[in-house]
Design a protein around this ligand. Structure first.
Ligand SMILES: *Cc1c(COP(=O)(O)O)cnc(C)c1O
Length: 343
């Protein structure tokens, strides 16, 4: 389904597909709030009933762009258990695209293995490599065969624009009285598209909300650099006139929760996962949301920010339907099996 002004023109230029259901709810987490320090959650886990999470808003733009160019085959990049690769496979195939991905190793967990198995079961063509250094050559090898490149995490400027709209959605919910205006919006920062879009959106809406991007990827300095550059590009695309200094102030990148690196569980993250389960009935993953939720809890418990909005980026849709017909990990090609490493 296509929305956007160009949809009925002779030469359509759709700005976005409709994959998600909006607005997603904002909820008060009473049991994890303290007196004068409230924790709220934006339920982007529920963007789509089949597979939700934050990749949906980005792919609505990324896939529309690809389709408008008449592309039939795409190649993207991710870790073994990449949510972006699974979402791209699901929604890309729905748009009639062939989907390929260069995959790099990730510390093993039940969740990581499930996401990998689901991606393969849903028709992903996987190209495993043994280290990140081998990614550019592996992608180039697919591009020369005619595949169109989709950036890691779907975090092109177009993809990030999905979160400019999400910030506008939050602003509308605040205006409607569904939630108080947050002091901070806490979100996991991997490829940076989500945090970049939110930053620009809150700036456009002139809200007081600052974005806390909880760095879950490494090297930290490169992640921060790329995220800030993406934020500036996103502001230009959105027509938001803000200086680099203003955008820098609005997006705070917190690297304290990363631990041993991308995909490595942390003690704070494990504790936050327990708290989220009991106090908020949310299920977290070790790579992204455990670390982001730990940061959100810190803002409440250290009495840092009176109104904390945690943006839940992990799909909460059941995995069973996506795993239908999936091969067991032991039955996989050894190069694929080697992607899930000891944590
Ligand atoms: C991809 C992902 C993120 C990170 O979003 P970016 O836009 O890449 O920074 C956060 N949480 C979850 C669950 C994700 O899958």
């Amino acid at each position: 389904m296509i929305s956007g002004e160009g949809a009925r023109d002779a030469t359509p230029s759709p700005r976005r597909l409709t994959i998600g259901h909006y607005p997603t709810a904002v909820e008060w987490v009473e049991r994890l709030s303290a007196r004068g320090f409230e924790l709220w959650v934006k339920r982007d886990d529920l963007t789509n009933a089949e597979y939700g999470g934050n990749k949906v808003r980005k792919l609505e733009r990324v896939l529309a762009e690809v389709r408008a160019r008449g592309v039939t085959r795409i190649v993207t990049v991710g870790a073994a258990g990449s949510h972006h690769v699974l979402a791209t496979t699901l929604f890309g195939k729905r748009e009639g695209l062939e989907v390929e991905a260069v995959l790099v190793p990730q510390p093993s967990s039940e969740h990581v293995v499930e996401v990998l198995r689901a991606s393969l079961a849903r028709g992903l063509h996987a190209f495993p490599v043994s280290s990140r250094a081998l990614v550019p050559a592996a992608v180039a090898a697919r591009v020369v065969t005619g595949a169109t490149f989709v950036p890691i995490g779907g975090s092109s400027v177009s993809g990030a624009m999905g979160y400019v709209d999400a910030a506008r959605e939050i602003a509308a919910q605040v205006r409607a009285g569904a939630a108080p205006e947050p002091d901070v919006c806490v979100v996991a920062l991997g490829s940076g598209g989500t945090a970049a879009g939110l930053t620009v959106g809150f700036e456009a809406e002139r809200m007081k909300t600052r974005v806390v991007g909880v760095c879950v990827s490494d090297p930290k300095a490169l992640v921060a650099f790329a995220s800030r550059r993406l934020t500036r590009a996103c502001a230009r695309r959105a027509g938001v006139r803000a200086t680099a200094a203003v955008l820098r102030h609005r997006l705070f990148i917190d690297t304290r929760f990363l631990g041993d690196g991308y995909g490595h569980a942390t003690r704070d993250g494990d504790a936050a996962t327990q708290d989220a389960k009991i106090g908020a009935t949310l299920t977290l993953d070790a790579t992204y949301t455990a670390k982001a939720f730990a940061a959100a809890l810190w803002h409440v418990r250290a009495r840092r920010s009176p109104r904390v909005l945690y943006l839940h980026t992990l799909s909460s849709a059941p995995m069973e339907p996506l795993l239908e017909g999936a091969a067991a990990i032991d039955a996989m090609d050894p190069a694929l099996r080697a992607l899930v490493t000891r944590s």
